[in-house]
Write a protein that binds this ligand. Structure first.
Ligand SMILES: Nc1nc2c(ncn2[C@@H]2O[C@H](COP(=O)(O)OP(=O)(O)OP(=O)(O)O)[C@@H](O)[C@H]2O)c(=O)[nH]1
Ligand SMILES: [Mg+2]
Length: 330
């Protein structure tokens, strides 16, 4: 959390937390956005507020169209990050999630096999990433509740079937449906989100699946020609698990997850369960994650890691590094 938030911002945040209804929540969020100091240190927080505004707007719209009846799904986030898996029908989304998570999901050779979201955990070293398999996005039939799940993910895998000749059309249709949800798929290496409140920019990689089938290699070249600048394009076969290990590594790298291990003074570090953070998080984020007493009463901390002396004292603004061991002192 950046230290220089204004009193106006903090008061709006308090009102947001205690808001009784959507209207109050929206008003408070807009005030938070108007009063947040605009600089690099608050980019993450600004993007987070914009996402909340967009999501709340969606909820309000849905309630209006349903005559006040709430119709919205959400997947409880678990693990170090959440990746949504989207794409046209029958391209192998569920097969991919099964392969990456070693879970059994329903896979079948006809469209609309998947009817509801299905979360599953992908293990990677000592962390887990949550993948969310979804029903297909198609021009004929598309489930609106999916937009609220997709927009809050940390990353999107847009899966297409490379064995089919229409793979450019698969891309266009999927991107158009997402745009209808006010979600813009952007390159996974893109910097932070844009300023548009109503839009969510979601980091995306494109998975060209079924690369084991004839024609898929040639089709992939066409995809590259049209989309190589806009997205990372990954050819794989979910079914025969070709290149799926490389894909897991790629996903974890793109998510820029930082692991931190806690250490109590006078004890060894606890390597059994890392705390995980996004890049750019600070010592205060770690203190808050351990316990609110640490966040409120932290005197100092020591770190063991790379680029520091063993046990070096660090201040609250210290940027967490992957595999840091940190000892908090009250
Ligand atoms: N040859 C080949 N077939 C695959 C591959 N991945 C999936 N399939 C097959 O493609 C069909 C559809 O797979 P699913 O995983 O059900 O596809 P889906 O995208 O989840 O489909 P919906 O849930 O209907 O949207 C199944 O018959 C799979 O066996 C692959 O890499 N290679
Ligand atoms: Mg499926």
């Amino acid at each position: 959390m950046p230290a220089n938030l204004t009193p106006q911002y903090l008061s709006a945040e308090e009102r947001f937390k205690h808001a009784k209804d959507d209207r109050e929540r929206m008003k408070a969020l807009k005030e938070m956005l108007a009063n947040i100091p605009k600089h690099k240190g608050t980019e993450k927080l600004q993007a987070d507020i914009k996402r909340k505004i967009a999501r709340l707007k969606d909820d309000i719209d849905v309630k209006k169209t349903k005559g006040g009846h709430r119709f919205s799904y959400s997947v409880e986030k678990e693990g170090a990050a959440q990746i949504v898996v989207v794409g046209p029908p029958n391209v192998g989304k569920s097969c991919l999630v099964s392969s990456l998570t070693n879970t059994h999901l329903e896979v079948a050779d006809y469209p609309f096999t998947t009817r509801i979201f299905q979360p599953a955990m992908m293990p990677y070293e000592d962390i887990q990433i949550q993948l969310v398999d979804l029903p297909p996005l198609s021009a004929e039939y598309c489930e609106n509740w999916m937009s609220s799940i997709i927009r809050i993910a940390d990353l999107m895998m847009l899966v297409i079937d490379a064995s089919r000749e229409d793979l450019l059309e698969q891309m266009e249709t999927t991107l158009a449906i997402l745009e209808g949800f006010k979600i813009k798929a952007v390159h996974a290496n893109a910097r932070s989100a844009s300023d548009a409140i109503a839009w969510t920019e979601l980091k995306t990689i494109v998975i060209a699946n079924k690369i084991d089938l004839p024609e898929a290699g040639e089709n992939f070249k066409i995809l590259e020609e049209f989309y190589h600048e806009r997205f990372d394009l990954i050819p794989i076969s979910a079914q025969i698990k070709d290149h799926t290990d490389e894909l897991s590594i790629k996903l974890v790298n793109l998510l820029q997850i930082i692991r931190v291990y806690s250490k109590r003074p006078g004890h060894d570090a606890d390597f059994s369960r890392p705390f995980t953070f996004q890049q750019g998080s600070t010592l205060m984020d770690f203190a808050k994650a351990v316990h609110k007493d640490f966040a409120e009463n932290l005197k100092f901390a020591r770190v063991w890691g790379t680029g520091v002396f063993d046990g070096q004292r660090i201040n609250k603004e210290y940027m967490l590094q992957d595999k840091d061991v940190i000892e908090l002192h009250l």
